[in-house]
Ligand binder design. Structure first.
Ligand code: FBP
Length: 551
C-alpha cells in the first residue's frame, strides 16, 4: 500500500459542485430596493459616512446577457478561521472568471497586514482548485491586524495602484467589516477608484441581523462540536461515572453553546446573556449546577454534561468589573510585563485593583487569576479562549458538593472531566450548507464588484430554503452600524448580535432545559457531518436558523 497524499473524503470533496441560487445560474440583473438607514445613531453615522450612507439594498435576479468591465480584485481573510473561507474565494474566483475572463484575483497574505505590507500572490485556477470545499484559511493565511489608520489605507491604495486592483474583498467578522466600511468610504472620498466589499465570517455567529441571516462557519463548527458532545453523552451514559464540563468557543456571544445545546440536549447549559440579564454571581451559577447534580445523584446518576460558553466570565458583573480594571492596568504597562513569575504578577495586580475587585481576584483559584493577567489581544481585550472557566466551575462545584455531603444533603460521587472545544471545529471541512453558502457569497461579491458597488456586504438570504431558492444581493454596511464605546472611545461599529432572550432559539431551550436536566435521558447524538446522502441528513441548516425562521 502506498502512503496517501489525500484522504478519500478530500478527493471526493474536491469534486463537489456547490449549489447556488438559481438566480445566479445564468445571466443576472441587479435590482435596487429601498434606501437604507443605520440601525441606530443615524445622524452621526451619516455624518461619518457621507458617501456610503443610505445606499439601497441590492438583489440579483435572472436577467439578460451583459458585458462587464475588467476588474482586478484583491481578497483578504481576516481574524479567526471559519469553515468555508476557501469556498468564498472559489466562488469569487469563478464569478470573476465568468463575468470577464480577463479579470484577475490576488490574495493578500496573512490577513489585513498583507495589504499594508504589500504581501500577495496571484490566485490562479490551479491554486484555487487545490482548496475547493476544504476547511482552513491556509490558501493565503489570515491575521488580526486592524485596518483602521489612514496610513494603512494609503499603503493599501499604493499596492492596488501598482497591481491595477479595482476592488478589495474583506472576509471577516463584525470588526473587520466595520473596517471594510471605513475603507470603502475613505477610498471613495479620496477618489481612488478602489471598491471594498465585505463577507460575513465568524464561527461565533454574532455577525447577523435583519439582513444577514448568519455568518459562515457557524453551521460547520457547531455541527462538529455537537457531534463531540453527543459522543461524550453516549460515553457518559455508558460509563456512568463522570460529569463532563465542556467549554465552547464563541468569544462573547453564546450562540455556539446554545446551538450545540439545541442539537445535543445536555443536562445543563449556561447562556452568558441570561447570566447577565439576571445579574447572576459566580455562586448563583454554581448553585444552579449543584442543584441538578444533587437531583441526579438522588436517582443514582452521577454523570452528566454541562455546556459553558467561553465568554461567560465577561458576563458575570463582578468579573466584568475586574476584567475592565485589569484591561486598563495591563494596557502598555511595561512594569507589569517585566515581572517574571506568576506569583509576583498576581501580587502586583492586587496592589493596583479597587478593594472590591481585589477581594474577588483573591478568591479566584490561582490558575484562573494568572490566566486573567495574560497578554491581551490586539484590541486590548482579555483572550477568553485562554481562560479555563470550566476548571473554575469544577473547583467551585466540588467545594459546594463537599459542604453538602458534610451536611448529609448529597450522597453522590463527583468525578469530572473538562473539555474545551474550539480549534477542533474552526477549520473543519465545511458542511454542505457552508460550502454552498460561502461559494454563493463569493460569487455574489464578484457580481457586486462588476456592478461597480462599494461599501456593501455580500448577502445570501432565505437560507432555510433549498440553496436553489436562496436570494443573492448586497446590504450597505452602514445599515448595520451604530455608535459604541470601544476602549474608552465612541466609535461607529457594526452591532454585535448577542443571544436574544426573547428570541425563539433561547425560548425553545428554556422551555425544555428542565426536561434535559432531570433523571430521564434526553440526550441527542447528532453524529458526524454527512456530506453525501439524503438531503434531510446532509443539508439541514442550524437549529438556530430554523427556529428563528419559525420552523
Ligand atoms: P473571529 O471573531 O475573528 O471569527 O474569531 C472567533 C474566535 O474563534 C473566537 O471564538 C475565539 O475566542 C477567538 O477566535 C480565538 O482567537 P485566536 O485563535 O486568535 O486565539
Amino acid at each position: 500500500m502506498k502512503p496517501m497524499t489525500k484522504s478519500p473524503l478530500q478527493i471526493a470533496r474536491a469534486e463537489y459542485l456547490p449549489k447556488i441560487p438559481t438566480s445566479l445560474n445564468g445571466d443576472v440583473v441587479l435590482t435596487k430596493g429601498a434606501d437604507t438607514q443605520s440601525v441606530a445613531d443615524q445622524a452621526e453615522i451619516k455624518k461619518l459616512f457621507p458617501q456610503t450612507y443610505g445606499m439601497p439594498l441590492l438583489r440579483f435576479e435572472r436577467g439578460v446577457k451583459k458585458s462587464y468591465p475588467v476588474k482586478n480584485v484583491g481578497v483578504i481573510l481576516s481574524g479567526g478561521q471559519a469553515p468555508g473561507g476557501h469556498n468564498v474565494i472559489s466562488g469569487l474566483f469563478d464569478g470573476l472568471q465568468k463575468l470577464n475572463p480577463e479579470n484577475k484575483l490576488y490574495g493578500f497574505l496573512g490577513g489585513p497586514s498583507g495589504l499594508v505590507e504589500h504581501k500577495y500572490i496571484e490566485l490562479t485556477k490551479q491554486i484555487v482548485a487545490e482548496y475547493r470545499n476544504t476547511g482552513g484559511f491556509d490558501i493565503i493565511g489570515s491575521g488580526r491586524t486592524k485596518l483602521e489608520e489612514e496610513w494603512q489605507f494609503d499603503k493599501g491604495a499604493e499596492i492596488c495602484k501598482k497591481l491595477n486592483i479595482n476592488a478589495i474583498v474583506i472576509i471577516g467578522g463584525d470588526d473587520s467589516n466595520t473596517n471594510a466600511c471605513v475603507l470603502a468610504e475613505y477610498y471613495l472620498q479620496k477618489n481612488t477608484g478602489i471598491q471594498v466589499i465585505g463577507c460575513p465570517k465568524t464561527i461565533d455567529g454574532d455577525l447577523k441581523n435583519e439582513m444577514i441571516e448568519t455568518s459562515f462557519g457557524f453551521d460547520t463548527a457547531c455541527k462538529v462540536y455537537a457531534e463531540l458532545i453527543g459522543n461524550i453523552q453516549r460515553d457518559a451514559s455508558s460509563a456512568k461515572k463522570y460529569w463532563h464540563f465542556i467549554r465552547l468557543m464563541g468569544r462573547s456571544a453564546s450562540h455556539i453553546t446554545l446551538e450545540c445545546a439545541l442539537q445535543s440536549q445536555p443536562n445543563i447549559c449556561i447562556i452568558s446573556e441570561e447570566v447577565e440579564a439576571k445579574n447572576m454571581t459566580l455562586n448563583n451559577i454554581v448553585e444552579d449546577i449543584v442543584k441538578v447534580i444533587v437531583n441526579r445523584a438522588n436517582f443514582g446518576l452521577n454523570f452528566g454534561t454541562i455546556l459553558i460558553p467561553e465568554g461567560l466570565i465577561e458576563f458575570i458583573p463582578a468579573m466584568k468589573k475586574l476584567i475592565a480594571e485589569l484591561n486598563d492596568l495591563l494596557a502598555n504597562n511595561e512594569d507589569f510585563n517585566s515581572l517574571l513569575t506568576d506569583d509576583v504578577k498576581r501580587q502586583y495586580v492586587k496592589a493596583m485593583l479597587t478593594a472590591e475587585s481585589c477581594q474577588f481576584f483573591r478568591d479566584l483559584p490561582k490558575g484562573i487569576a494568572s490566566q486573567l493577567t495574560l497578554d491581551r489581544d490586539p484590541h486590548g481585550n482579555v483572550q477568553v479562549s485562554l481562560i479555563e472557566t470550566e476548571k473554575l466551575l469544577i473547583e467551585m462545584v466540588a467545594k459546594r458538593l463537599a459542604q453538602l455531603k458534610a451536611q448529609g444533603e448529597y450522597k453522590g460521587k463527583f468525578a469530572t472531566i473538562n473539555h474545551f472545544f474550539g480549534y477542533e471545529g474552526r477549520c473543519a471541512i465545511p458542511s454542505n450548507f457552508d460550502a454552498n453558502y460561502c461559494y454563493s457569497l463569493g460569487y455574489t461579491a464578484a457580481l457586486l464588484i462588476s456592478e461597480g458597488k462599494t461599501g456593501y456586504m455580500s448577502s445570501i438570504s432565505n437560507l432555510t430554503a433549498p440553496a436553489e431558492e436562496w436570494i443573492a444581493g448586497g446590504v450597505p454596511i452602514t445599515m448595520m452600524m451604530n455608535i459604541e464605546r470601544r476602549n474608552g472611545v465612541m466609535k461607529p461599529v457594526i452591532q454585535k448580535a448577542l443571544v436574544k432572550l426573547d428570541g425563539e432559539p433561547f425560548l425553545f431551550f428554556s422551555k425544555h432545559r428542565n426536561d434535559w436536566a432531570d433523571e430521564n435521558s434526553n440526550y441527542i447524538y447528532p453524529g458526524p457531518i454527512q456530506y453525501f446522502g439524503p438531503s434531510a441528513v446532509c443539508d439541514q441548516p442550524t437549529r438556530t436558523l430554523l427556529l428563528e425562521k419559525g420552523f
